[in-house]
Design a protein around this ligand. Structure first.
Ligand SMILES: Cc1ncc(COP(=O)(O)O)c(C=O)c1O
Length: 203
Protein backbone atom coordinates (compact mmCIF):
# COMPACT_ATOMS: atom_id res chain seq x y z
CA UNK A 1 0.00 0.00 0.00
CA UNK A 2 1.25 3.51 -0.78
CA UNK A 3 0.05 6.97 0.23
CA UNK A 4 -0.74 9.71 -2.25
CA UNK A 5 1.74 12.48 -1.30
CA UNK A 6 -0.74 15.21 -2.28
CA UNK A 7 -3.99 14.22 -0.57
CA UNK A 8 -2.74 11.59 1.90
CA UNK A 9 -5.22 8.97 0.61
CA UNK A 10 -3.95 5.44 0.94
CA UNK A 11 -3.88 3.56 -2.33
CA UNK A 12 -4.41 -0.16 -2.33
CA UNK A 13 -4.44 -0.64 -6.06
CA UNK A 14 -0.82 -1.67 -6.28
CA UNK A 15 -1.61 -4.83 -4.33
CA UNK A 16 -5.28 -5.44 -5.20
CA UNK A 17 -6.28 -5.91 -8.86
CA UNK A 18 -3.81 -3.51 -10.49
CA UNK A 19 -5.32 -1.69 -13.51
CA UNK A 20 -2.21 -2.58 -15.47
CA UNK A 21 0.95 -4.51 -14.96
CA UNK A 22 3.75 -3.60 -17.28
CA UNK A 23 6.55 -5.86 -18.35
CA UNK A 24 9.79 -3.90 -18.41
CA UNK A 25 12.96 -5.91 -18.45
CA UNK A 26 16.71 -5.33 -18.51
CA UNK A 27 16.72 -4.69 -22.27
CA UNK A 28 14.30 -1.75 -21.97
CA UNK A 29 16.05 -0.38 -18.88
CA UNK A 30 19.41 -0.51 -20.66
CA UNK A 31 17.96 1.41 -23.63
CA UNK A 32 16.77 4.17 -21.27
CA UNK A 33 20.16 4.32 -19.56
CA UNK A 34 21.83 4.44 -22.97
CA UNK A 35 19.63 7.42 -23.90
CA UNK A 36 20.26 9.23 -20.61
CA UNK A 37 24.00 8.80 -21.13
CA UNK A 38 23.82 9.98 -24.75
CA UNK A 39 23.93 13.53 -26.11
CA UNK A 40 20.26 13.44 -27.07
CA UNK A 41 17.63 12.80 -24.42
CA UNK A 42 14.57 14.16 -26.24
CA UNK A 43 13.17 13.32 -29.71
CA UNK A 44 16.29 11.96 -31.37
CA UNK A 45 17.90 8.88 -32.93
CA UNK A 46 15.97 6.32 -30.89
CA UNK A 47 12.67 8.00 -31.74
CA UNK A 48 13.51 7.88 -35.44
CA UNK A 49 14.44 4.21 -35.09
CA UNK A 50 11.18 3.56 -33.27
CA UNK A 51 9.18 5.36 -35.98
CA UNK A 52 10.86 3.30 -38.69
CA UNK A 53 10.37 -0.03 -36.90
CA UNK A 54 6.81 0.83 -35.93
CA UNK A 55 5.86 1.88 -39.48
CA UNK A 56 7.13 -1.48 -40.76
CA UNK A 57 5.23 -3.38 -38.06
CA UNK A 58 1.87 -1.77 -38.90
CA UNK A 59 2.60 -1.68 -42.64
CA UNK A 60 2.40 2.09 -42.92
CA UNK A 61 4.53 4.19 -45.26
CA UNK A 62 4.91 7.00 -42.71
CA UNK A 63 5.07 6.91 -38.94
CA UNK A 64 5.35 9.83 -36.50
CA UNK A 65 5.93 9.49 -32.76
CA UNK A 66 4.14 12.00 -30.53
CA UNK A 67 3.44 12.24 -26.82
CA UNK A 68 0.06 10.47 -26.76
CA UNK A 69 -2.65 8.95 -28.93
CA UNK A 70 -4.69 12.06 -28.11
CA UNK A 71 -1.98 14.20 -29.71
CA UNK A 72 -1.82 11.82 -32.67
CA UNK A 73 -5.59 12.09 -33.26
CA UNK A 74 -5.46 15.88 -32.98
CA UNK A 75 -2.48 16.06 -35.32
CA UNK A 76 -4.19 13.84 -37.89
CA UNK A 77 -7.32 16.00 -37.90
CA UNK A 78 -5.30 19.21 -38.18
CA UNK A 79 -3.03 17.78 -40.89
CA UNK A 80 -6.08 16.86 -42.97
CA UNK A 81 -7.21 20.48 -42.82
CA UNK A 82 -10.35 19.83 -40.74
CA UNK A 83 -11.50 22.74 -38.60
CA UNK A 84 -14.20 25.32 -37.85
CA UNK A 85 -17.69 24.26 -39.00
CA UNK A 86 -16.67 20.74 -40.06
CA UNK A 87 -18.19 17.55 -38.69
CA UNK A 88 -16.53 14.24 -37.89
CA UNK A 89 -18.48 11.04 -37.39
CA UNK A 90 -17.34 8.82 -34.55
CA UNK A 91 -18.57 6.56 -31.78
CA UNK A 92 -19.65 7.54 -28.26
CA UNK A 93 -18.31 4.26 -26.87
CA UNK A 94 -14.66 5.25 -26.45
CA UNK A 95 -12.25 7.23 -24.32
CA UNK A 96 -13.08 10.94 -24.10
CA UNK A 97 -10.19 12.11 -26.25
CA UNK A 98 -11.58 10.57 -29.47
CA UNK A 99 -14.29 13.26 -29.54
CA UNK A 100 -12.40 15.86 -27.50
CA UNK A 101 -9.75 16.37 -30.18
CA UNK A 102 -12.51 17.15 -32.70
CA UNK A 103 -13.78 19.91 -30.41
CA UNK A 104 -10.21 21.13 -29.78
CA UNK A 105 -9.95 21.59 -33.54
CA UNK A 106 -13.22 23.65 -33.47
CA UNK A 107 -15.09 20.96 -35.39
CA UNK A 108 -18.15 19.00 -34.20
CA UNK A 109 -18.24 15.30 -33.30
CA UNK A 110 -21.33 13.50 -34.59
CA UNK A 111 -22.03 10.21 -32.85
CA UNK A 112 -23.14 6.98 -34.47
CA UNK A 113 -24.24 4.09 -32.26
CA UNK A 114 -22.19 0.91 -31.85
CA UNK A 115 -22.92 -2.68 -32.85
CA UNK A 116 -24.26 -4.79 -30.01
CA UNK A 117 -21.83 -7.64 -30.48
CA UNK A 118 -18.52 -5.73 -30.97
CA UNK A 119 -19.10 -2.28 -29.39
CA UNK A 120 -17.57 -0.87 -32.59
CA UNK A 121 -19.24 1.83 -34.72
CA UNK A 122 -22.14 0.38 -36.70
CA UNK A 123 -21.38 1.03 -40.41
CA UNK A 124 -25.05 0.63 -41.34
CA UNK A 125 -25.88 3.76 -39.31
CA UNK A 126 -23.11 6.03 -40.63
CA UNK A 127 -24.66 7.28 -43.86
CA UNK A 128 -27.76 8.74 -42.21
CA UNK A 129 -25.45 11.07 -40.22
CA UNK A 130 -23.46 12.39 -43.19
CA UNK A 131 -24.13 16.05 -44.07
CA UNK A 132 -22.40 18.49 -46.40
CA UNK A 133 -20.20 19.44 -43.40
CA UNK A 134 -18.91 15.92 -42.76
CA UNK A 135 -15.19 15.61 -43.45
CA UNK A 136 -14.11 12.39 -41.78
CA UNK A 137 -14.99 9.23 -39.89
CA UNK A 138 -13.08 8.14 -36.77
CA UNK A 139 -13.77 4.46 -36.14
CA UNK A 140 -12.41 3.06 -32.85
CA UNK A 141 -11.17 -0.53 -32.85
CA UNK A 142 -12.60 -1.15 -29.43
CA UNK A 143 -10.53 -3.44 -27.17
CA UNK A 144 -8.46 -4.48 -30.18
CA UNK A 145 -11.43 -5.77 -32.22
CA UNK A 146 -11.19 -4.38 -35.75
CA UNK A 147 -14.12 -2.34 -37.08
CA UNK A 148 -15.83 -3.33 -40.33
CA UNK A 149 -13.24 -1.43 -42.37
CA UNK A 150 -14.37 -2.54 -45.86
CA UNK A 151 -17.79 -1.01 -45.28
CA UNK A 152 -16.36 2.11 -43.61
CA UNK A 153 -13.81 2.68 -46.40
CA UNK A 154 -16.52 2.24 -49.05
CA UNK A 155 -18.77 4.82 -47.34
CA UNK A 156 -15.79 7.19 -47.02
CA UNK A 157 -14.90 6.79 -50.69
CA UNK A 158 -18.45 7.35 -51.88
CA UNK A 159 -18.84 10.47 -49.76
CA UNK A 160 -15.32 11.85 -50.15
CA UNK A 161 -14.44 11.55 -46.44
CA UNK A 162 -11.16 10.87 -44.65
CA UNK A 163 -10.83 7.90 -42.31
CA UNK A 164 -8.76 8.41 -39.17
CA UNK A 165 -8.61 5.20 -37.17
CA UNK A 166 -8.43 5.32 -33.40
CA UNK A 167 -6.30 2.25 -32.83
CA UNK A 168 -5.36 3.11 -29.24
CA UNK A 169 -6.20 -0.48 -28.26
CA UNK A 170 -5.34 -2.14 -31.54
CA UNK A 171 -1.61 -2.55 -32.02
CA UNK A 172 -1.20 -5.95 -33.66
CA UNK A 173 -4.83 -6.15 -34.78
CA UNK A 174 -5.44 -7.40 -38.30
CA UNK A 175 -8.51 -6.84 -40.46
CA UNK A 176 -8.99 -9.53 -43.14
CA UNK A 177 -5.24 -10.12 -43.12
CA UNK A 178 -4.32 -6.42 -43.29
CA UNK A 179 -2.53 -4.68 -40.44
CA UNK A 180 -4.53 -1.99 -38.68
CA UNK A 181 -2.31 0.94 -39.63
CA UNK A 182 -2.37 0.17 -43.34
CA UNK A 183 -6.05 0.83 -44.10
CA UNK A 184 -7.30 4.38 -43.36
CA UNK A 185 -5.77 7.78 -44.17
CA UNK A 186 -4.20 7.93 -40.70
CA UNK A 187 -4.14 5.51 -37.79
CA UNK A 188 -3.43 6.56 -34.22
CA UNK A 189 -2.00 4.24 -31.56
CA UNK A 190 -1.47 4.71 -27.84
CA UNK A 191 1.59 3.68 -25.83
CA UNK A 192 0.07 4.65 -22.50
CA UNK A 193 0.83 2.35 -19.56
CA UNK A 194 -2.30 0.21 -20.01
CA UNK A 195 -1.82 -0.38 -23.73
CA UNK A 196 -0.43 -3.32 -25.74
CA UNK A 197 3.09 -1.90 -25.64
CA UNK A 198 4.06 1.07 -23.54
CA UNK A 199 6.47 3.98 -23.55
CA UNK A 200 4.72 5.13 -20.31
CA UNK A 201 3.03 7.97 -22.25
CA UNK A 202 3.19 8.14 -26.02
CA UNK A 203 1.39 7.77 -29.31
C1 LIG B 1 -9.98 4.44 -27.58
C2 LIG B 1 -8.96 5.40 -27.06
N1 LIG B 1 -8.58 6.43 -27.83
C3 LIG B 1 -7.65 7.31 -27.43
C4 LIG B 1 -7.04 7.18 -26.19
C5 LIG B 1 -6.03 8.19 -25.78
O1 LIG B 1 -4.75 7.62 -25.63
P1 LIG B 1 -3.59 8.43 -24.88
O2 LIG B 1 -3.77 8.18 -23.41
O3 LIG B 1 -2.31 7.82 -25.40
O4 LIG B 1 -3.73 9.86 -25.23
C6 LIG B 1 -7.39 6.12 -25.36
C7 LIG B 1 -6.75 5.97 -24.05
O5 LIG B 1 -7.12 5.19 -23.22
C8 LIG B 1 -8.37 5.20 -25.79
O6 LIG B 1 -8.75 4.18 -25.03
Amino acid sequence: MSTNPINGIKRTRDTFLPPFKHSIGKEEINEVIDTLESDWITTGPKTFKFEEMFGKKVDSKYSVAVNSCTAALHLAIAALGIGVGDEIITTPFTFASTAEVVINQRATPVFVDVEENTYNIDPSKIEEKITNKTKAIIPVHYAGHACEMDEIMDIAKENDLFVIEDAAHALGTKYKGKEVGSIGDATCFSFYATKNITTAEGG
